[in-house]
Each structure stands twice: as structure tokens, then as C-alpha cells.
Design a protein around this ligand. Structure first.
Ligand SMILES: [Zn+2]
Length: 557
């Protein structure tokens, strides 16, 4: 039973008393309660059963990861990175900034083949508008930046930036034989700096002017091109996700492939929502999912406290309310702990969690932030991977919300996903979904294969590499792929339960008794207090904040 423990000072708001929903509200501003949220722990490796680990090592050893990468590269064809380069140049490689000429050539060939296979003229026209500007191929961010500049000043070339970049030490003059990649590498670095560190960028700008004021102009024009090319990047990925460019069945999009896989799992007639693509300068080939809130969970998280609130929600919608949560007080920036008789919980707020977590928190919509430098043909694999995270989590949270039934929940406990299981599922599922595309155009699968080959070399217990082997082993022991997804969803936060499944006990009987990996440290659960607030012009005003002691945390030892 949840117990009202105390009222608390957060973000300078002192709640003197609990909100009384029966009390008349003078201005009748829309009033809401966001229930207390407890995020359960993601204990890495804590609970992966030994027989499963052993089956993974047997079914899918590291050597197979490397071999799949080398074989795929030979089909493109493209020279695979050797051991040393996998470690030091993998990021630059998939961004078209290492062995650039070879990747550009392979990308153009692949886009040409895709263009030929596009089943309809209207889709081909859309494709051309993005990838063939004025009859010239535009295959990545760097080419899009140059194309943008040249559409305004056709006389500009990469080489025009060379002198200034050398004089300001942004490129090494000895790189002149690879100027084609050294210049975009430097400009990409400057573009990232302009967004991530304004003071350092302002120094860099001054340095470029000082170094060679007569030829600094092309550098700044190209940097404007990089900023503008982010839009091109979102359009390029958006094309692959939404347009029917895959020739199967008269024309399919990646969304159709994803939908086909997930329709049954989500048990919904509605098409799966396509996440928004948000280009973001990470400075390396990174993609990150931002988790939206499934409507069934939203209904358990937020309660309208007066008729104005109900009406506001009806008109403005769930996303508007989630956006206004961002403006709630962030609370203490230092570590605040709640000590109960049996555990320690970390206290935070929704707005702080949204700001501090790479994945955001209670986002208004599903989105994928991706570095626009990630070559779009290779980045597509990463996008479908992140999309699998979004769909898996959506499904898990919807089932959790449904499981609450009619119970009046004052504390919403968001279930964990074991990280190896989460990554392994995303790797495995994305690979299966893109398989028909990668068979035709192997370059599209290369980014993910190269990532795994690099990861197993560095740390073989990496969440993606080991997770992938674990899920491959699970799928090998089960008759249909749908069952793999179903079991992973059922045991997402407690993988040990998999051993209760008769099919798996039988398949892994030879590994019975193998020991599981022990986790080093255990992070505390996170608690966000209940908040009651009004909203005026989209801005929330807190009336009260309170902490309810989560069930189980007050057990006497
Ligand atoms: Zn992932």
C-alpha cells in the first residue's frame, strides 16, 4: 500500500498541503496531477542466465561477427577495415571521411542501382530531387553542403577552402593527396564545434580570418552549407523510411517492412508511427531514440483535476501536455537520495530527467536524433535499429499500462529493460527487417556489420555484440521469430525467467548449471515525486509536490 510520507521542497516550491480536488478553484485554470514515477533499475548483466550465455558463445562466436563483415564488404565491393583501422577509423569511415573516394564510389553505384529499381516515376522524381541535384549525385552531408553552396555560387570548389584551413591548422598540408577527405573532415569538425561549443567556435572563426582573410570566405560559405545540409539529411532518410522505393510487391518503403513485422506484435490496426528524424551534431556516427509516451500509459500517468483540465487535454492533446512538463521546476542539481528502511532511491524530476538523459524522458513524440555526418545509406541501418528500441519500449509500456487494469495507481513504476537484451533485440530485429534490402544492396547493411566487428574486437561483452549473440541464440532455439520477440518482451526486465520456458530448457539442457555473470554495481531506482500543477499559456505552475513511499521499499529487515 502506498503511503503518503512527506511533502518536499523541490525547485523552491514548498507544498503546505495536499491538493484537494474538491476545493473550488478560483480562476479555473486547467489543473493536472502527474503521478509519481519510479524507474526500475537496468542492471547490466545482473540477471542473464548462464545457459543462455553459453548457448550464445556456441551459436554465434565473435569470429562469425568479423567474418560476416568481411563477406558483406566483398559483395559491395569495398575494402573492409583491418583490425587497427576498425579501432581507430571506423567512425570516420561510415561518415565518408576515411577512404572517402571508395565509399563515394560505392554509394553512387548503390544509389544508381536503387534508382533503376524504383517502380514508379513519381517516386523516382522524389528520389532525384534529393540525390541527383541538377544531374549530379549528392550522396552524403558533405556533398549536400557543397551542392547548397554551389547553387548560390557555382564557382566554389572544395579546393578553395584549402589555403585557409592549412594556415589555421585545421588541415595538415601533408594531407594534400587526400584533400578530398581532409577538407570535409575539417569542415565537419568546425560545423560540430559551431553547435556544441560557441566559445571555441568563435576562437576558431577568428583564427580562420586571421590566418588568411582573402580566402576565408569559401570556408564560411561551406559552413553555411553544412548547416543547411542537415535538412537535406532528414529528407534523405525520410525518403527511405516513407517512400515506396523497394521494388517488392509493386513498391514498398522501410515503414512498410517495419509495419509488416510489428503489426502482429502491437495487435493494432493502426500503422506503426514513423519516428521524427532529428539531425543533431554529436560529432561521431551516433543515433539515439527519444521515447514518446504510448497513449495507454499517458492515461495512467496524468490525471485531469478539474473539468477545465479535461477540456484542455481534449483540445490541446497529449503532446502539448508532455511539452509543458519540460517547463516544470527541475529541482536540485545535486544528488538527492531518499533513504527508506530497505533501500536508497535517487530523487529527480521529470524535467531534469528529460534534460539529463540521452534518450530524453516522456517525450511528446517518438523521434530519432542522428548525426547528419553518418552516411545516409549506412545510417539507415542505425535508424531502423533505434526504431526497434522505440517499438519494443512502446509495446512493453502499453502492456504494463494494460496490466494495471482498473486499479487506481498513484505510483507508476516504469519497467526496466536489461540492456544486453535491449541492444541484442534491436540489432537482430533491424537486421531481419532490412534483410530483403541488404540482399539487393549490401552497402545498406555495412554500417551495422562494421559496428559489431569493431565492438567485438574492443569488448566482446559489449551490449550490442553480446546482446546480438544472445538474441541469435534465443531465435535459433525457437520455431518462429515472432516467439523470440514475444519472449523478450515478456522477460525484458527479468531474463532469468526464460529458463522456465520448456522449449528453452530443452534446447539449452547441455548448458544446465552454467554460471551467470555477476554485476559489479547496482544503480538505485529513480523516483520522481507526484506533481499537481495548473497550466496557463502552456506554462505550468506547481501547486504541490509529494513523495509516496513505493510499495516494498518500507519492508523491515
Ligand atoms: Zn541500440
Amino acid at each position: 500500500m502506498a503511503l503518503a510520507l512527506s511533502f518536499l521542497v523541490l525547485g523552491g516550491t514548498v507544498a503546505a498541503q495536499a491538493p484537494d480536488s474538491a476545493a473550488p478553484y478560483p480562476q479555473q485554470l486547467p489543473r493536472f496531477t502527474l503521478h509519481e514515477i519510479v524507474i526500475e533499475r537496468n542492471d547490466s548483466l545482473l540477471r542473464i542466465p548462464g545457459p543462455w550465455l553459453r548457448a550464445a558463445a556456441r551459436t554465434f562466436p565473435d569470429s562469425l561477427v568479423t567474418r560476416s563483415y568481411v563477406v558483406a564488404a566483398s559483395r559491395i565491393p569495398l575494402t573492409p577495415l583491418g583490425q587497427a583501422a576498425l579501432e581507430s577509423e571506423r567512425s570516420q569511415h561510415v561518415m565518408g571521411l576515411y577512404h572517402r573516394a571508395e565509399l563515394l564510389e560505392a554509394s553512387r553505384r548503390t544509389l544508381e542501382a536503387i534508382r533503376e529499381a524504383i517502380p514508379s516515376d513519381s517516386t523516382r522524381a522524389r528520389f532525384d530531387a534529393i540525390f541527383r541535384s541538377h544531374g549530379q549525385w549528392v550522396v552524403d552531408l558533405h556533398e549536400a553542403a557543397l551542392a547548397w553552396v554551389r547553387s548560390r555560387n557555382p564557382a566554389i570548389h572544395w579546393a578553395d577552402a584549402w589555403r585557409t584551413l592549412v594556415a589555421a591548422h585545421w588541415v595538415d598540408p601533408s594531407d594534400s593527396s587526400i584533400a578530398q577527405e581532409a577538407i570535409p573532415r575539417a569542415l565537419y569538425g568546425l560545423a560540430v564545434l559551431s553547435e556544441t561549443d560557441s566559445a571555441a567556435f568563435s576562437d576558431a572563426r577568428a583564427g580562420l580570418w586571421r590566418a588568411d582573410s582573402s580566402s576565408a570566405m569559401p570556408v564560411f560559405a561551406l559552413l553555411q552549407g553544412y548547416a543547411a545540409a542537415r535538412q537535406w539529411y532528414a529528407a534523405a532518410l525520410g525518403f527511405f523510411l516513407n517512400q515506396p522505393w523497394i521494388p517488392d510487391g509493386g513498391g514498398r518503403s522501410v515503414r512498410d517492412l517495419v509495419n509488416n513485422e510489428w503489426r502482429h506484435v502491437l495487435a493494432s490496426d493502426m500503422a506503426v508511427p514513423v519516428p521524427a528524424i532529428e539531425p543533431h551534431w554529436f560529432g561521431y556516427p551516433q543515433a539515439v531514440p527519444h521515447y514518446g509516451v504510448p497513449p495507454r500509459l499517458f492515461a495512467r500517468l496524468v490525471r485531469a483535476e478539474n473539468p477545465t483540465g479535461t477540456e484542455w487535454l481534449r483540445r490541446q492533446g497529449q503532446a502539448a501536455l508532455l511539452r509543458s512538463l519540460r517547463a516544470l521546476p527541475q529541482g536540485d542539481s545535486t544528488l538527492v537520495l531518499l533513504q527508506t528502511s530497505s533501500e536508497t532511491l535517487r530523487l529527480t524530476t521529470v524535467s531534469r530527467q528529460a534534460r539529463e538523459s540521452l534518450n530524453g524522458f516522456l517525450e511528446p513524440q517518438d523521434a530519432i536524433a542522428i548525426d547528419p555526418g553518418y552516411s545516409p545509406l549506412l545510417g539507415l541501418g542505425a535508424v531502423v535499429h533505434e526504431w526497434q528500441h522505440l517499438l519494443f519500449r512502446r509495446c512493453q509500456l502499453e502492456r504494463y499500462a494494460d496490466g494495471l487494469g482498473r486499479r487506481d495507481t498513484r505510483i507508476v513504476r516504469l519497467p526496466a529493460v536489461e540492456p544486453h537484451l535491449a541492444e541484442g533485440f534491436a540489432e537482430w530485429s533491424a537486421e531481419r527487417i532490412l534483410d530483403p534490402v541488404v540482399r539487393r544492396w549490401p552497402l545498406i547493411g555495412l554500417g551495422e556489420l562494421e559496428k559489431r566487428a569493431g565492438l567485438v574486437q574492443a569488448h566482446s561483452d559489449d551490449q550490442h555484440a553480446l546482446g546480438y549473440a544472445l538474441v541469435r541464440a534465443l531465435a535459433a532455439a525457437l520455431p518462429q521469430p515472432g516467439l523470440t520477440t514475444a519472449l523478450l518482451l515478456r522477460y525484458a526486465d527479468a531474463p532469468a525467467g526464460l529458463l522456465n520456458e520448456p522449449k528453452l530448457r530443452k534446447a539449452w539442457s547441455q548448458y544446465h548449471g552454467a554460471s551467470q555473470v555477476e554485476a559489479g554495481s547496482v544503480a538505485p531506482r529513480i523516483l520522481m515525486p507526484e506533481v499537481t500543477f495548473t497550466i496557463e499559456d502552456g506554462v505550468p505552475d506547481v501547486e504541490s509536490t509529494r513523495i509516496l513511499l513505493p510499495p516494498g521499499s518500507d519492508a523491515r529487515r
